[in-house]
Design a protein around this ligand. Structure first.
Ligand code: PEP
Ligand code: MN
Length: 342
């Protein structure tokens, strides 16, 4: 529920509205607006609580309008948090006005492979290097990642090159370990509704990069973000990475770019697009990356490998360093048109 106050409402009138809400044992959220102030109720109300509040407010001066919020998420909602969120990590801004690129291999395979990848990421002008140390693989016989060794490589390379690092954490009990080595915790698409993991990641205090599950609705996606926010971690970054495809014979997933403007309308959180997992095919990555910028995304996550044909995971969707650099050039040209800093 949101209560819009009249223009020029007095502090006493605002306090009176807050008191009515507190009488129902829920905390009001005062939302200063450009001209008129609003008071939100982030908690889910019972029908009785709603009736009591509405009845009491109808008698109060200074109240202009009462609207029901139809969305189940509150802290993630733009209605309750009217300023867009910028997540800042080691001087890199992820949020409106900026376009950030996270590049790097699917998996950290060795020091040399990761160092060379990160050098290319940096040379192309990207600021964040990605790489998986714990890999969620469909088959237990596929390469599972270098585990802690991979995290150590990441930390060393990130520190040496001055790049922000991001890597996936797959379970709640691993959050402490991964958070020791990397700057941003990635929650993979398969883990989007692993609620104990979301809670532990939130409590770590590190920024949380949350990937949309291939079968998640927008509400489910934002409710997963709500878990992290509700445990006091405001630094949540959303990632659209493709949903269940109708036809797997051409692409691995269907990159739902329409989710970008939808998310931008309903949440204040930054939105990143991953066209690598979104398409699964390296030649489709660049066009979808550019389309993501045009759709209003705040950045991209792109898989790039020094030698995609030799990659231990996701080589078929990984760009070569040259393709990555060319894409970065194109994005820089387009960023001016969109008024974005890169
Ligand atoms: C990844 O980014 O390495 C990854 C496994 O992605 P997703 O969780 O989107 O499949
Ligand atoms: Mn991958």
């Amino acid at each position: 529920m949101i209560i819009l106050m009249q223009f020029g409402a007095t502090q006493a009138q605002i306090d009176a509205v807050c008191d009515v809400i507190r009488q129902q044992e829920v905390e009001p959220l005062v939302l200063p607006g450009e001209d008129r102030l609003a008071i939100g109720i982030p908690a889910a109300l019972t029908a009785d609580q709603r009736d009591h509040i509405e009845a009491a407010l109808s008698t109060l001066a200074g109240v202009s309008k009462i609207t029901q919020t139809s969305r189940p998420y509150k802290l993630a909602s733009l209605e309750f948090h009217r300023e867009k969120t910028t997540v800042e990590v080691k001087g890199v801004q992820i949020g409106p006005g900026h376009f950030v690129v996270m590049g790097g291999p699917c998996s950290v395979e060795s020091y040399d492979q990761f160092y060379v990848s990160a050098k290319h990421v940096k040379a192309a002008g990207a600021r964040i290097v990605r790489g998986g140390a714990f890999k969620p693989r469909t088959s237990p016989y596929s390469f599972q990642g270098l585990a802690e060794e991979g995290l150590k490589i990441m930390k060393q390379v990130g520190d040496d090159l001055g790049l922000v690092t991001i890597s996936e954490v797959m379970s709640g009990d691993m959050v402490g370990l991964v958070a020791t080595y990397v700057d941003i915790l990635q929650i993979g698409a398969r883990s989007m509704q692993n609620f104990p993991l979301l809670i532990e990641a939130a409590k770590s205090g590190k920024p949380v990069f949350l990937k949309r599950s291939p079968s998640a609705t927008i509400d489910e996606f934002l409710l997963a973000a709500e878990y992290v926010l509700s445990y006091g971690n405001k630094n949540v970054i959303l990632c659209e990475r493709g949903i269940m495809p109708l036809d797997r014979s051409y692409t691995r997933n269907t990159l739902d770019l329409s989710s970008v403007p939808v998310l931008k309308e309903h949440t204040h959180l930054p939105v990143i697009v991953d066209p690598s997992h979104g398409t699964g095919v390296s030649k489709y990555v660049a066009p979808m990356a550019k389309a993501a910028m045009m759709a209003g995304a705040d950045g991209l996550m792109i898989e790039m490998h020094p030698d995609p044909s030799a990659a231990l995971s996701d080589g078929s969707q990984s760009l070569t360093p040259e393709q990555f650099a060319a894409l970065m050039d194109d994005l820089r040209s387009l960023s001016g048109y969109c008024g974005l800093k890169m």
